[in-house]
Design a binder for this molecule. Sequence first.
Ligand SMILES: [Fe+2]
Ligand SMILES: [Fe+2]
Length: 249
Amino acid sequence: MTTVTEIAPDIFRISTYVPEGGLEFSQFLVRDEEPLLFHTGMRGLFPIVRDAVATLIKPEKLRWIGFSHFEADECGSLNEWHAVAPDAVPVCSMIGKMVSVDDFAPTPAKGMVDGEEFSTGAHTFRFIQTPHVPHGWEAGLLFDITQRVLFCSDLLHQSGEISEPLTSTSVMDRARQTLVEYQASPLANYFPYTPMTDPILQKLADLDPRTLAVMHGSVFEGDGKQALSQYAGLVREVFGAAPNVRAAS
Ligand SMILES: [Fe+2]
Ligand SMILES: [Fe+2]
């Protein structure tokens, strides 16, 4: 089942539980003069996501498609969206644009550099470059300065079918369980732990977000600074100490 939830004024979470993967995939629509979708979802989800977007805006009016890194759940249906909304422009890091997106998508992307801002009308976004956080050379995130919403991709990932689209209760226990379970599975080494990991997570915490728009699991509303600082500790604990070389071999 797909649910649509307004998580902040004119920012909607479109979420679908995929039983085969045992997790929810969420896309976020910002309804503005120039509507923005953050994450497209995989190609297989496209009809569902398009129909959900159609309950909020005319899909052909979509103007921006943002995402963190080049993966199917982040941007897999860019081309399907292009067929519906030919004026929609991908928004990603300059690295993502140069390395993958301009080869994959029919419309050249807006390649962003760290700290660069752009507006969709009532909302202003800042791009934060986050190399290898959560993963991928090209990774980056968008921060809605207007509503203090951080679109945080795989950060705070919580597996399973979760009943709360939006919660102000800590999601850290669920996030910990997911990372620990993944480490003992073929999905191990979700995050590469590098000398940049902790400074990047602290930089995100310093944005002092009010809402963490998580791709997999509940959106967290509350003290985003504290939640991201705690999450930095969790990532250090799980990935920073002993590498899972068994899974990597
Ligand atoms: Fe990812
Ligand atoms: Fe993801």
